[in-house]
Design a binder for this molecule. Structure first.
Ligand code: FAD
Ligand code: DLZ
Ligand code: SF4
Length: 514
C-alpha cells in the first residue's frame, strides 16, 4: 500500500515537465493513467486520434516507470476497467491506499467542471493544479481582455512578444514590423516539390493499440491505417527538427496554399504533439527563433510560425476560458442546418470539399487554410448548426481538444459569437479557393460561373449569405467594400443567385448529391 498522493495524468498531459510529475515522491506516490470509455466516446473521436493517444499514453507510462515512478496504468480492455476517470480514481484510492488526489487542470470545461465535484464523491481531497504549458495564464488573458471592446489576436500577440522578448530587438519587433503576413499569401507553383512528412512505423505497443481500436471502435469516423504518428517524445522531437530544417524556410510563403492530393505541404504537423504534451511550445518557438538567428530561415516564415503558437494558440486558449460556458451555445446567425452526409464520407462533386474531408478522414489532419477557408467557409455559408459543426471538428482531428477547437470553430469560422474574436466573418467565394489552390481545375463545377447548374456553389452561396444577413453585417466597416459590390450587382442578378442558392441549400438539407 502507498500512503501518498494519487497523481492523475490525462491523455493530453504527457510531459514530465509538469509539476504534478516533478513533485512526485517516488517512495509513496502513484501516477494513475487510464484509458476510459467516457473520454474515448463522449464524441466518437477519429480512430487515429484514439490510437495516437492510447499509444502515446502507454509509451509515456513506460518512460515514467523508467524514472522509478510507480505507475498504475489502466488499459481499455482490462476486465475491471471502470469506464470513467472518476471511477478509476475511486478504485485506485481503494487499491493503493493513497490519501489524496492530484490532477493538472484539464483543457476542457466539461471535465474541469466535473472535477470540481470529485471531492464530494470521493473520500479524499482533490487538488487541481495549474497547467504551466502556456506562456499566458488564463488570468493573464482575462486581465488583458478586461475593458477591451473587442479582442484581437494581433494586439494580444504584440503583448506576448514584449512580455517574452521573443523576436524582439531593443524593445521593438525584429525587422521593424510585428507581422509579415503580406509576404505569406502565395499559392504553390505547379513545379514546386514538397518535402515528405516525417512518419514512423508502428512498434509492438502501437500495434497492440491498433488492434484494440479496430475491434472496439469500429463505428468511429476515420481510417485507422496507415498509422504513422509519433508516439514518443523522441519521435515528436524528430518531427519538430525535420520541420525546422526542411519546411520552415518556406512555411511562411506557402502557409495559405492548398494543392490537390497534398495534405501536409510546408506545415509543421506538430499540433498533435504540442497539445498532448510530447512537445512544449517553448521548444518549437526557440528552435524557430534560433533558425532565424542562424540565417537558416527568413523572418516572414519564422515570425509567421511563431505567431501561430505565441499568438493564435495562446489567444484561443485564453479566449476559451474567458467565454466558457457560453461560447458553446452561441449562434449569431441562428444557423440550424444538419451536417450533410458528405462530411462523413467525402462524397461530393465539390473537389475542394472532397479533398479536405477525404484527407481529414485519412489522416485525422487538415491544415489551417483547409479547416478555415474550405470546410469552415462552407459551414458558415450554408448555415450548418454550430453545435454539430463543433462536434465534428472536435472528433475528426487528432489535435482537437475543446480549448483549441471551440474558439476556432464557434468564433473564427462560424462568427457564432457575433465578433468577439473576428472583426468580420471569414467568408469567401470560389475565387479565393481558386487563387490559393489547384482544386478548381479538378472540379465538376466551374469557378468562373456565378450562376447556373455548373456554377461553383461557393459563388452564389457567398452572395446569398451577404444578402440574407445584411441587417447584421452591413454596418460592419470591414464589410463596406463587399456590400458596395453587392449593390452594384443589381436586383435581377441577386435574385438569380438567391434561387440557385435556395436550390442548393434545399438539396443539402435533403442530403441529395451536391
Ligand atoms: P502549422 O500550420 O504548422 O502551425 C504551427 C502551430 O501553430 C500549430 O501546430 C498550432 O499549435 C498553432 N496554431 C496555428 N493556428 C492556430 C489556431 N488558429 N489556433 C490554435 N493554434 C494554432 N488547432 C488545434 O491544435 N486543434 C484543433 O482542434 C484545431 N481546430 C481548428 C478548427 C478550425 C475551424 C480552424 C480554422 C483551425 C483549427 N486549429 C486547431 C488551428 C490549426 O488549423 C491547426 O493548429 C493546424 O492546422 C495544425 O497543423 P500544424 O501543426 O501543421 O500547424
Ligand atoms: C481525447 C481523449 C481520449 C480519446 N481518451 C482519453 C482517455 O482514455 N483517458 C484520458 O485521460 N483522456 C482521454 N482523452 C482526453 C480527454 O478526453 C480530455 O479531452 C482532455 O484530457 C482535456 O484536456
Ligand atoms: Fe470548390 Fe468551387 Fe473550386 Fe469546385 S469550383 S473546387 S466547388 S471552389
Amino acid at each position: 500500500m502507498m500512503a501518498g498522493a494519487l497523481r492523475l495524468i490525462l491523455a493530453d498531459q504527457l510531459t514530465d515537465s509538469l509539476p504534478i510529475i516533478q513533485d512526485t515522491d517516488k517512495s509513496q506516490d502513484v501516477v494513475l493513467m487510464a484509458e476510459v470509455k467516457e473520454e474515448a466516446t463522449y464524441v466518437k473521436h477519429h480512430k487515429k486520434k484514439i490510437a495516437f493517444l492510447f499509444s502515446a499514453m502507454r509509451h509515456f507510462a513506460h518512460a515514467l516507470e523508467d524514472q522509478g515512478i510507480t505507475v498504475r496504468y489502466r488499459r481499455y480492455d482490462a476486465d475491471d476497467n471502470q469506464g470513467s476517470l472518476l471511477q478509476e480514481v475511486k478504485l485506485a484510492l481503494d487499491d493503493t491506499g493513497c490519501k489524496k488526489v492530484m490532477v493538472t487542470s484539464p483543457g476542457e470545461y466539461r471535465l474541469l467542471n466535473s472535477m470540481y465535484q470529485w471531492e464530494n464523491m470521493l473520500d479524499a481531497p482533490v487538488k487541481i493544479m495549474d497547467d504551466p504549458r502556456f506562456y499566458a495564464t488564463t488570468d493573464d488573458f482575462s486581465r488583458w481582455a478586461k475593458d477591451r471592446k473587442s479582442l484581437r489576436m494581433e494586439f494580444f500577440y504584440r503583448e506576448m512578444r514584449k512580455k517574452t522578448g521573443i523576436l524582439m530587438d531593443s524593445g521593438g519587433p525584429i525587422g521593424g514590423k510585428w507581422n509579415y503576413d503580406d509576404k505569406n499569401r502565395e499559392s504553390l507553383p505547379k513545379s514546386k516539390s514538397v518535402p515528405a512528412p516525417t512518419t514512423f512505423s508502428p512498434d509492438e505497443i502501437t500495434k497492440d493499440v491498433l488492434k484494440l481500436v479496430e475491434t472496439t471502435f469500429p463505428d468511429h469516423f476515420g481510417d485507422l491505417t496507415p498509422f504513422q504518428f509519433a508516439v514518443t517524445r523522441e519521435q515528436a522531437l524528430t518531427v519538430l527538427n525535420e520541420f525546422i530544417e526542411q519546411r520552415l524556410p518556406e512555411f511562411g510563403q506557402f502557409q495559405d496554399a492548398m494543392r490537390n492530393d497534398a495534405p501536409w505541404l510546408f506545415h509543421s504537423h506538430i499540433s498533435f504533439y504540442l497539445n498532448c504534451g510530447l512537445l512544449l511550445p517553448q521548444e518549437a518557438i526557440e528552435q524557430a527563433e534560433a533558425a532565424y538567428q542562424a540565417g537558416a530561415a527568413p523572418l516572414n516564415s519564422v515570425e509567421g510560425f511563431i505567431r501561430q503558437i505565441l499568438g493564435w494558440r495562446e489567444f484561443v486558449r485564453g479566449f476559451y476560458w474567458h467565454y466558457m460556458p457560453g461560447l458553446d451555445k452561441d449562434n449569431y446567425f441562428n444557423a440550424t442546418r444538419d451536417l450533410p452526409s458528405f462530411f462523413w464520407d467525402g462524397y461530393t462533386n465539390m473537389n475542394c470539399m472532397r479533398q479536405c474531408i477525404t484527407q481529414t478522414k485519412q489522416n485525422a489532419y487538415a491544415h489551417h487554410i483547409q479547416r478555415l477557408m474550405v470546410i469552415g467557409n462552407f459551414s458558415l455559408l450554408t448555415e450548418l448548426s454550430p453545435e454539430q459543426v463543433q462536434r465534428w471538428y472536435l472528433l475528426v482531428y487528432a489535435d482537437a481538444y475543446e480549448w483549441v477547437e471551440l474558439p476556432n470553430v464557434s468564433a473564427m469560422i462560424l462568427y457564432a459569437d457575433g465578433g468577439n474574436l473576428a472583426s468580420k466573418p471569414y467568408v469567401a467565394s470560389g475565387s479565393y479557393i481558386n487563387k490559393m489552390s489547384d482544386y478548381c481545375k479538378n472540379c465538376g463545377y466551374s469557378v468562373t460561373k456565378k450562376t447556373g447548374e455548373k456554377a461553383c456553389p461557393f459563388n452564389y452561396l457567398y452572395w446569398r449569405f451577404l444578402d440574407a444577413h445584411k441587417a447584421k453585417l452591413k454596418g460592419n466597416p470591414r464589410m463596406g467594400l463587399v456590400y458596395k459590390s453587392y449593390e452594384r450587382m443589381g436586383e435581377e442578378k441577386i435574385q438569380v443567385m438567391r434561387e440557385d442558392a435556395a436550390n442548393f441549400l434545399r438539396k443539402l438539407s435533403n442530403n441529395e448529391e451536391v
